[in-house]
Design a protein around this ligand. Sequence first.
Ligand code: TXA
Ligand code: MG
Length: 358
Amino acid sequence: MKPIHTEVIKVNPMYPEPTKIEHAAKLLRSGEVVVFPTETVYGLGADAFQPVALERIFSVKGRPYSDPLIVHIADEHELEQLTTTIPSKAKQLAEAFWPGPLTIIVPCNPRVPHLVTAGLDTVAIRMPRHPVALALIRAAGSPLAAPSANRFMHVSPTTAQHVLADLGGRVPLILDAGPCEVGVESTVLDLCSAIPTILRPGGVSLEALHTVLPEVQPPPQRHLENKEAHLDTTAQASPGQMLTHYAPTIPLLLFDGSIETMRDTMLTEVKRRVRQGERVGVLVADEDIPTFQDSGAVIRSLGKADIPEQVAAALFAGLRALEAAEVQIILCRNFDEHGLGLAIRDRLLKAAGGKVFR
Ligand code: TXA
Ligand code: MG
C-alpha cells in the first residue's frame, strides 16, 4: 500500500461538531474508510453497501476475507436492509441493550455484500452508543461495516494514538474523541443457533443478557489441561475467534489460581527472568503493586481487580504500553469471570496464545 496522509481530527465526544462529522461522512459516501470512536474500541468504518469501500477495510487491516464484519446502525429501521426476518429475541435484546456493546447474529438479507458476511447466510449487527459513532452513521446515510481499527492480529485500539500507531499512513481520517469507555469489544451473540449462544464475550455481560433471555449460553468452553488451555476448535462458530487473534506483538504468560498462588508463581518467574537479564513487564491490579515493586520488572496496573469495568477499560492500553516500553515478555495475572471479567479472561487467554499457568 502506498502511504497516504492521515488526518487526525479531535471531536467533542458528547456533542460532535456537525462540520467535522460531515467531513468524515463525505469521505464515507465517496467510498473511503474512516476511523471513528465507539464506546468499546475504535472502529475502521466503511459504507456497508459499497463493495469497493469494504475491500479497503481488508487491505488497510491486512485482514483475511474469511473474517466477517459487524454492521453498525443508528436506528432500528436500518435492520430491514440487513436482515430478512427480525427474530422476536432480537427485538427484546435491542430494547434492553441498544444503543450499546451488543452485536447480534441474525439471518442476512441477500442484498448485503459478501465482503461483509464472508459468504455466510447470517450478518452481525450492532447499534453503538457513542454519540460520535451515531452521528457519523446518520450523516453517512448508510449502515457502516467496521472491524476494530488495528492491524490484523494486534490488540484493538482504545485511543486515537493506538490507531495511529497501527494504521497511520493507511487511512485518510481518524476521528479522535479520547479513550473508549468500555475498552473491550462488543459481546457477539448468535441468534441463529437453536439456543442463543455467546460467540465472543464483551461489553454486555452474560448476567445482563440473562435478565432478558435466561436461556443464553456462555461461549464454548476452553478446556484446561496440563497448565494449558486449548480452544475446542470444533466449537469455533465465529470465524475471527482463533486463539491468537488478540495477540500483542510480544509473548504474554498468563497466571491463574488463588491470589496468593498467582502472585507467588508470577514473582518467582519474574525474578528468574530478571536475573537472566530479560526485560520483563508485569500486568497486574493496584493491590498487587507492592508484591512486584522491587522485582525489577516494568509494572503496569489495570486498576482494582474487583472492578472489572476499570480493568476492561485499561486492558488494551496496558498491553500496548508494555509493548511500547520494549519489554521482551509480559507476565499477567488473571481476573474473576463475573460481569466484564468473562471478556477480560477471554482477551487475556487469546493474548497468551491459549496457555495458562496455575
Ligand atoms: O466492539 C466491537 O464489536 C468493535 C467495534 C468497532 O464495534 N468491532 C469489532 O469488530 O470488534 P471485529 O471485526 O474486530 O470483530 C467482529 C467479530 C469477529 O470475531 C467476527 O468473526 C464476528 O464478529 N462475526 C462477524 N460476523 C459474524 C457472523 N455472521 N457470524 C459469526 N461471527 C461473526
Ligand atoms: Mg478485531
